[in-house]
Ligand binder design. Structure first.
Ligand code: MG
Length: 383
């Protein structure tokens, strides 16, 4: 455990070429005497991965189909993500993958008692109860990285009062002011223009439909043991208030900072220590003169409603939700379906799903596979 010790924390970063992965490496670069990067896992962005290997000299690497330049590098060992997190002496794993790819490495790391900083929210949505039970058994820390649950976590540190209500904030996405009748004609390019955050493609589309906010409601329910009826969402276009917690006595705590994921990332990596990062902008009182909070009009965001109801149903429904959404967003980005087809398609898949408990990895993986095939099939795509 970190805590002022002189030894470096040995860190594995899964998803190192994605948005959270790159920003995690930025933190490592800012604090070179605090972390030793021992493993990097990426998908297919080989150019960036190679430059990360050169800069950080990890001992182990994973990528989907390693090119010869990586295979021939004698200083690194090619491992699977599962093998990478199970190496001896790993202290922290940053799970910054997306979709279902972080599921098994997360479970393996937690089983070994290793601290997991989790940015891959699908893992929590798919297997929340399972991974909580594993971390309880092994004593491993499971620390949120997503800005909203991190905000709640930060508000609760040092707080003895129980939570009465959680209020998650949402920017509202690029179509907040658009006439709903025009949403059917939205192009992938328009959906990829998020007003305040610069993120990967799927999460950017999920933020424009507010599916992402529905995922975060499920995530908050799992991580903080708060009933769905006590989790609310408010539109906050400036993305300065990252979420709020109402406590027993009625007081509300909010976490406020400029929209920069490096703060929640470093919060998890350094936990329980808090450090000053000279590279982070400070809060600008000049731009914060108009911090709006408005109620969420759920009718405008059918994906949000779908997500919350799948969360309330529980079992494998959240797994089906996220798998179907991943495929639907991909179909939208490739011009196979329209923007408004996304909730239609995900809803149809959920309606066809037979409830099953999410108490084993096998059940969860079976539901995930079924949902992907079912989504493609309902969209009329050949498999
Ligand atoms: Mg978020």
């Amino acid at each position: 455990m970190y805590g002022g010790s002189l030894t470096k924390q040995r860190l594995v970063v899964l998803g190192s070429t994605g948005s959270i992965g790159r920003q995690t490496l930025d933190i490592v670069k800012t604090f070179p005497d605090k972390f030793e990067l021992i493993g990097l896992a990426a998908g297919k962005n080989y150019d960036l991965l190679e430059s990360q290997i050169e800069e950080f000299q990890p001992k182990s690497v994973y990528c989907i189909e390693a090119p010869p330049s990586i295979i021939k590098n004698k200083n690194i060992q090619l491992l699977s993500m599962e093998q990478m997190v199970c190496q001896p002496n790993v202290d922290i794993v940053m799970v910054a993958t997306s979709g279902n790819s972080g599921l098994i490495p997360t479970i393996k790391a937690l089983e070994k008692g290793i601290t997991v900083c989790i940015a891959n929210k699908e893992v929590i949505i798919m297997a929340g109860d399972l991974i909580k039970a594993i971390s309880k058994r092994s004593g491993a820390l499971l620390l949120p990285v997503d800005s909203e649950p991190s905000a709640i976590w930060q508000c609760l540190q040092g707080e003895s009062q129980p939570i009465r209500r959680i209020i998650l904030t949402a920017s509202g996405g690029p179509f907040y002011n658009m006439n709903p009748a025009k949403l059917g004609n939205v192009t992938p390019k328009q959906a990829l223009q998020h007003p305040t955050w610069n993120m990967g493609n799927r999460i950017t589309v999920d933020s424009s439909t507010l599916m992402n906010k529905g995922f975060e409601v499920i995530e908050a329910h799992i991580l903080f043991d708060v009933e769905f009826e006590n989790i609310e969402v408010m539109i906050h276009p400036q993305s300065l208030i990252h979420s709020m917690v109402e406590l027993r006595d009625g007081s509300i705590k909010a976490q406020i900072s400029p929209p920069d994921m490096r703060l929640p990332i470093q919060h998890a990596l350094f936990y329980p220590e808090k450090v000053q990062n000279p590279r982070l902008r400070t809060f600008d009182t000049g731009v914060a003169t108009n911090m709006e909070l408005k109620p969420l009009d759920e009718a405008q965001y059918p994906c949000f409603t779908l997500a919350v109801s799948a969360g309330i149903k529980g079992g494998t429904h959240p797994t089906v939700l996220t798998a179907a959404d991943e495929i639907a967003v991909d179909l939208f980005l490739n011009h196979h379906i329209s923007f408004t087809d996304i909730p239609e398609l995900v809803n149809s898949v959920l309606l066809n799903h037979k409830f099953s408990k999410a108490d084993s990895l096998e059940n969860i993986q079976a539901a995930d596979k079924w949902a992907r095939l079912q989504t493609l099939s309902l969209a009329g795509m050949s498999q």
